[in-house]
Design a protein around this ligand. Structure first.
Ligand code: NDP
Ligand code: MG
Length: 382
């Protein structure tokens, strides 16, 4: 019998983190070495009691310091410990499932230390794809996508040579406003935007799906993961979310991956690859009728898509700026300080004002992130 894989789950209390723990519970050979959370400390404590990790990281000292954790695990307080855990020599795999820019530094540490990085945090590649890929070349770290579209591409792409890939087709559900007229989108509420038709996810990505900024981020993510140009990426609306993405080869054969929408499958594949094992995800039910629709996206109603292609082409610091502007805009929308239709336009304006850097260092990315958040704050209060 081979020794168990030691896994660190960064963002264990989130939607992806909870699904990952479900996977770990259902398959053999995984041991939870560390978990992290930020605000949901009761849940983090409960997870520690159930999975017996060696370490628990509570990222926010303000909430965690007064909290009395009842656990045998060693509790580390402060975001700097995310890096400590991600680089611990006893860890084999790091699941990066923190949301936003906050997940970049620990994901980068995991790659620098040669871990397998199961990557849910797409913002990591959007902001610092060049740093992550260069670090992976140096350390030999494997980067396995958890995002369902990129997992689908990763699965489909294995059926041909990389040199024979013609294009990648990213599927998108279209979100809750797929059929809304442009005029109807002005007044949409937080509740409407959070109600995703096919996926149950964290708040930030749910809003990103509604604006289609999520697909924009995924275009950039695909570019870095599969070393492909923006011109070889296409987006198609597939409302059923059953086909999770496709790869077309030069002979015009298109390979698709399909399964019921359940994040536990791509999470599991990132943990077990190249093996496939029985897990908690449900089988496809062919005893009932299914319909597969594909529509071209509406670039006018969803301007985020064009922005995504542009940023994928530009590279450099553009990803950091658009990502930070979007994080700040989404948070303002959730706080009811910005209207839904202003999110993407404001991001474009912030992007257009920034001083472009073609090969930013980590420190320059941090500065670009901070600058873009300040610019967005000014935009909102102007
Ligand atoms: P959630 O909001 O549900 O969870 C985020 C996790 O990160 C929580 O554990 C949260 O802790 C923690 N966290 C939040 N902010 C910080 C911070 N500043 N420092 C440290 N930890 C923090 O998000 P999701 O699980 O939905 O998404 C996680 C990532 O995965 C995102 O990048 C998303 O784009 C990507 N993804 C998600 C999918 C999904 O189905 N949900 C699908 C594909 C990709 P706490 O809750 O305790 O505050
Ligand atoms: Mg996705």
């Amino acid at each position: 019998m081979t020794s168990p894989q030691h896994i660190a789950i960064l963002g264990a209390t989130g939607s992806v983190g909870r699904s990952a723990l479900d996977v770990v519970k259902s398959i053999d050979g995984m041991e939870v070495f560390a978990i992290s959370g930020r605000s949901q400390l009761d849940l983090l404590e409960q997870q520690a009691q159930e999975f017996h990790p060696k370490y628990v990281v509570a990222a926010d000292p303000v909430t965690a310091t007064p909290f009395q954790f009842r656990t045998d695990a060693e509790v580390l307080i402060g975001a700097e410990h995310l890096k400590t855990i991600a680089s611990d020599p006893r860890v084999d795999t790091v699941l990066a499932s923190i949301v936003g820019f906050a997940g970049l530094e620990s994901a980068l540490a995991a790659v620098e230390h040669g871990k397998r990085l199961a990557l849910a945090n797409k913002e990591t590649l959007v902001v610092g794809g060049h740093l992550i890929n260069a670090a992976a070349v140096r350390s030999g770290a494997e980067i396995l996508p958890v995002d369902s579209e990129h997992s689908a591409i990763f699965q489909a792409i294995q059926s041909g040579k990389r040199s024979a890939v013609k294009k990648i087709v990213l599927t998108a559900s279209g979100g809750p406003f797929r059929e809304f007229h442009a005029d109807e989108m002005h007044g949409v509420t937080v509740e409407q935007a959070l109600a995703h038709p096919t996926w149950d996810m964290g708040r930030k990505i749910s809003i990103d799906s509604a604006t289609m900024m999520n697909k924009a981020l995924e275009i950039i993510e695909a570019k870095w993961l599969f070393d492909i140009s923006a011109d070889q990426i296409e987006v198609v609306i597939h409302p059923q979310s059953l086909i999770h993405s496709m790869v077309t080869f030069v002979d015009n054969s298109t390979m698709a991956q399909m399964s019921p929408p359940d994040m536990r499958l791509p999470i599991q594949y990132a943990l077990t690859w190249p093996d496939r094992v029985a897990g908690p995800a449900a089988d496809f039910d062919f005893s009932v009728a299914h319909q597969f629709d594909f529509h071209p996206p509406d670039f006018d109603r969803f301007p985020a898509l064009e922005l995504g292609f542009e940023v994928a082409r530009t590279g450099g610091s553009a990803g950091a700026v658009v990502n930070a502007a979007n994080e700040a805009a989404v948070s303002a929308f959730l706080d009811r300080k910005l209207s839904f239709t202003d999110i993407v336009g404001a991001c474009r304006e912030v992007l257009e004002q920034h001083n472009f850097e073609s090969h930013p260092t980590f420190e320059q990315l941090v500065a670009a992130d901070r600058w873009a958040r300040q610019e967005m704050a000014k935009w909102i209060t102007a």
